[in-house]
Design a protein around this ligand. Structure first.
Ligand SMILES: [Zn+2]
Length: 264
């Protein structure tokens, strides 16, 4: 199904490296187009994700996210946020520089650092290309009975292809399912890197996961996964262990942008 690869099963990072080196499949182009289409579908009301109507709140979220976006090495992406009106305590990303935060999650953030940790976690997924890597998993495509003509995508006719609609169906599905445990830990580690670069205290990097523990119990994690792993205690332990290897800076006051977001 995927040029250059044989057999069933998920792609490994090594396979993806081959794809990039071999350049037979333009993964970056595919990620960008999927992200653009997904964003467009939200704007036109053709997505399950509905934008929050408060333009000032949208701007406030973007203001908090921008320095965190700057930590990523993927400088050529169109980085942007969307505040959705959902009351779910969750956040997600289709990749490509696009981060979606639900209003329900923001209500649970006591301090700006908690919101920053969630955004940084999503940026971590984008930094490591988790969404497109999951999408390219043959197992996922099989699960949703999707046949994608990668030769057609390679020829850059994705925009007017019927395949993009099928791919988008999968994107919507995977947005609300879990990434692998390893990928969640990779994204969590990115919180520490982001905090060190943007001046949030690393001692607060795990705070939102403590909030989730209080809300959902120690086993269940609510951030961009409603699956069963990794559990909250495990990720709190890992984040705090990594954070303890760095000197934390003092707390910084919450910004006006955060205060506004909490007031809506
Ligand atoms: Zn995640």
């Amino acid at each position: 199904m995927i040029p250059g690869l044989s057999g069933a099963g998920s792609l490994t990072p090594e396979d993806l490296q081959d794809l990039r080196v071999g350049a037979r499949l333009d993964v970056a182009l595919m990620e960008r187009i999927i992200c653009e289409k997904f964003h467009l579908n939200i704007q036109t009301g053709d997505s399950e994700v509905k934008p929050h109507a408060d333009a000032r709140a949208q701007q406030a979220l973007s203001q908090i996210a921008n320095p965190l976006f700057g930590v990523s090495t993927r400088k050529n992406l169109t980085w942007r946020t969307l505040l959705s009106d959902s009351e779910e305590i969750n956040a997600c990303t289709p990749g490509g520089g696009f981060v979606i935060l639900h209003q329900g999650l923001i209500r649970q953030c006591a301090r700006e650092a908690e919101l920053a940790s969630v955004i940084a976690h999503e940026v971590g997924h984008i930094e490591h290309r988790h969404a497109i890597r999951r999408l390219l998993s043959e197992a996922v495509l099989k699960e949703f009975e999707i046949e994608v003509d990668f030769d057609e995508i390679q020829q850059k006719r994705l925009n007017d292809s019927r395949h993009i609609e099928k791919v988008l169906q999968v994107v919507e599905e995977i947005l609300f399912t879990s990434f692998t445990r390893l990928w969640e830990h990779e994204a969590d580690a990115f919180i520490i890197r982001s905090f060190l670069r943007t001046g949030y205290p690393v001692s607060q990097a795990s705070h939102f996961f403590h909030t989730l523990s209080r809300l959902f119990g120690p086993q269940k994690s609510g951030i961009c996964l409603y699956g069963s792993h990794p559990d909250n205690l495990d990720r709190i332990r890992r984040i705090e262990s990594l954070a303890s290897t760095y000197q934390s800076v003092p707390n910084k006051p919450d910004s006006d942008a955060f205060t506004y977001l909490r007031s809506i």
